[in-house]
Design a protein around this ligand. Structure first.
Ligand code: ARG
Length: 466
């Protein structure tokens, strides 16, 4: 008995009118799906026009409906529209206001339609617009990288594996690695648009309709390539939302790796880059500090986007066809991921454009850690005819010798090198410098400045059509 009392007290404070209020709270989506108002109105305008064209409703009623819908659009945009939780979602909020504005004709709008195809068309339109914006944002980010790569096509830096100095590369080449990554993200965005570009409007509740509707007409009016081909799938498919989230998660993951590099590069220990004041913050207690907060937040927000992907996959995975109310949970994930990704790309574009590259520090680091050891081994193969495995062994001994003498490979004496292998000549020093090392790597896609410039030219051209 005491338990019952406790639970009543628990609900009582928050829900004044008992179970009905709880139902309203769990059921309503207007708090977030009001974001779809423009798409909802566009969908209704196209639907009503088609109904009139097909003689399903009178032209006079369609005119009233269109006028009313446009009034609602201006009311929402002016901030004078009153959204009501009692009316559950954006669809019913708009329809109810339409009835207030134009009277009984409003009731004809929902002919040959259900909220199931209505929400599907709204959300597809919204996701399509967002994907298009993401494509533009990615193009700006890629452009920022191309500019940096151009300036630094010949700037040497250490290349890493296991975050250990591996071989010298150019900073331009490193930037172009990100161009490839974001270029693939861009092509994934385009693919996603291509696949979602079908209109579900007219699928009605799930089975289609007996009214003589023209789905091709509404598809074209809404800017879709064609109508969807199966009414059941039309109202139960949320692949486009999942695809948006997976594209976003991969892109966010790329941004996060870049953010991590920026965090490392901007430490005083590395000092490869200096972020502009605009994209860093100071410490309230340590005056010397300049923190890469924007990069850290890009790294962190990736977790949110990845979480949304897993969240919606989990919502969808057990649903029987066709529509279930579970699917209402699709929107907040996509809305938040879209807003978050937009901000992340913009912040990164700003950071890359503004950052100062410390070419001296990069050069110093590029020459440390015996980074040209592979060049020595390659020279032994090429000029002295050693099998690579043996060349690797000789080079290992050269590195140990340089380490013992506390100097770089290029500072070892010829006599010392010859003590390791008599075939070594003066010529070996021509490959031991960092600059010679990067210049030699001119294989297709390699780090040589000339090759980097070729890839920049390729991407500038490709980006115009992307
Ligand atoms: N607010 C709903 C959603 O987002 C609209 C569709 C409602 N359909 C239904 N049969 N209750 O999913």
């Amino acid at each position: 008995m005491s338990e019952k009392k406790a639970s009543n007290e628990m609900w009582g404070g928050r829900f004044a009118s008992g179970p009905a209020a709880i139902m309203e709270a769990i059921n309503a989506s207007i708090g977030f799906d009001k974001k779809l108002y423009a798409q909802d109105i566009a969908g209704s305008l196209a639907h009503a026009d088609m109904l009139a064209e097909q003689g399903i409703i009178a032209r006079a009623d369609q005119k009233k409906i269109a006028h009313g819908l446009n009034t609602i659009l201006s009311e929402i945009e002016a901030g004078t529209f009153t959204f009501s939780t009692r009316l559950e979602d954006i669809h019913m909020n708009v329809e109810s206001r339409l009835a207030e504005l134009i009277g009984p004709a409003a009731g004809r709008l929902h002919t040959a339609r259900s909220r199931n195809d209505q929400v599907a068309v709204d959300f597809r339109l919204w996701t399509k617009r967002e994907l298009t914006r993401t494509a533009d944002a990615l193009k700006a980010l890629i452009s920022a990288f191309l500019d940096k790569a151009e300036t630094h096509a010949a700037t040497v830096m250490p290349g890493f594996t296991h975050l250990q100095t591996a071989q010298p590369v150019t900073f331009g080449h490193h930037c172009m690695a990100y161009v490839e990554m974001f270029g693939r993200d861009l092509s994934r965005v385009r693919d996603a648009i291509e696949r979602l570009d079908e209109s579900p409007l007219g699928a009605a509740a799930l089975a289609g309709t007996g009214f003589p509707i023209d789905r091709h007409r509404t598809a074209a009016a809404l800017g879709f390539r064609e109508p969807t081909r199966n009414s059941i799938d039309s109202v139960s498919d949320r692949d486009y939302a999942l695809e948006f989230l997976s594209v976003a998660a991969i892109c966010a993951t790329h941004l996060s790796r870049l953010a991590e590099e920026i965090v490392i590069w901007s430490t005083p220990q590395f000092a490869f880059v200096r972020l502009s004041d605009q994209f860093s913050t100071g410490s309230s207690i340590m005056p010397q500090k300049k923190n890469p907060d924007a990069a850290e937040l890009v790294r962190a927000k990736t977790g949110r986007i990845n979480g949304h992907l897993v969240g919606l996959l989990t919502v969808m995975k057990g649903l029987p066809l066709a529509y279930s109310k579970d699917m209402q949970e699709d929107k907040e994930a996509v809305f938040d991921a879209a807003e978050t990704l937009d901000l992340m790309i913009a912040a990164m574009t700003g950071m890359i454009g503004d950052m100062t590259v410390n070419t001296e520090a990069m050069k110093r680091a590029a020459g440390s850690g015996f980074s040209t050891a592979t060049d020595l081994a390659d020279w032994l193969v090429r000029e002295a005819g050693l099998p690579f495995r043996e060349a690797h062994h000789v080079t290992g001994r050269a590195v140990a010798m340089a380490e013992a003498q506390k100097k770089g490979l290029e500072k070892l004496s010829l006599a010392d090198l010859q003590s390791l292998n008599p075939a070594i000549t003066e010529d070996v020093f021509s490959v031991l410098s960092v600059n010679a090392s990067v210049r030699s790597r001119k294989s297709f896609g390699g780090t040589a400045p000339a090759e980097v410039k070729r890839q920049i030219r390729y991407w500038r051209k490709r980006l115009q059509k992307a």
